[in-house]
Write a protein that binds this ligand. Sequence first.
Ligand SMILES: N[C@@H](CCC(=O)N[C@@H](CS)C(=O)NCC(=O)O)C(=O)O
Length: 214
Amino acid sequence: MSLKIHAFPPSPRAFKVLLVANHLGSDYEFCLCDLTKGAQKTDDYTALNPNQKMPALEDGDLKLWESNAIIQYLAAKSPEAGLLPSDEKARADVVRWMFWESTTWDPAIAALVFERVVKGFFGGGPPDQAEVEKALQKFNRAAEILNAHLKGRDYISGNRLSLADFAVAADLTMAEAAQLPLADYSEIRRWSERLAELPAWKATRAMQAPAVAA
Ligand SMILES: N[C@@H](CCC(=O)N[C@@H](CS)C(=O)NCC(=O)O)C(=O)O
């Protein structure tokens, strides 16, 4: 099997990549990159991703990092699934939401995950309230935009399931643990609860617990 995905499934960025691979039925080898054991800092892994972060993908001589680049590659290998439209305008809309996820949505949520989950897990002390407040402001601003956009829509782009849905929804897998304030965002809850019913979503959720126990 030439396709390998290096990931730590509890992380939303890893969840995103595994979710898309599972939804597409991609033939891949799962390689645990155990962040709790510093696997991202080994020489072998650094040769794969000099940023010392997961996820990463290998396909023959291709070494690819950045979760959105990885899911774009996976979708392009399975065009029949339609997760990345071939029409220029439709594709630009999907890609626009993927960039929004990388630059706006993910950083706000990741800051809350860091303060409220990761620090505790690694013995890094209590959440810094000033950082939490800053992240909450960013989160609420982004959530208002997404919530308004989803009104009357089942999917983010083009009224069909696409990489935009997977990229943006994956960040919500830690919503409970990071206490994301979703109560006021009923459209986001409706849309994400629907995605969580996908067989691939459930299969990817099932990959999370064993990784923590490993
Ligand atoms: N923009 C990157 C972010 C990757 C990233 O920050 N991964 C984190 C975990 S969610 C990581 O591997 N951190 C390990 C470390 O910083 O030591 C992506 O979407 O792939």
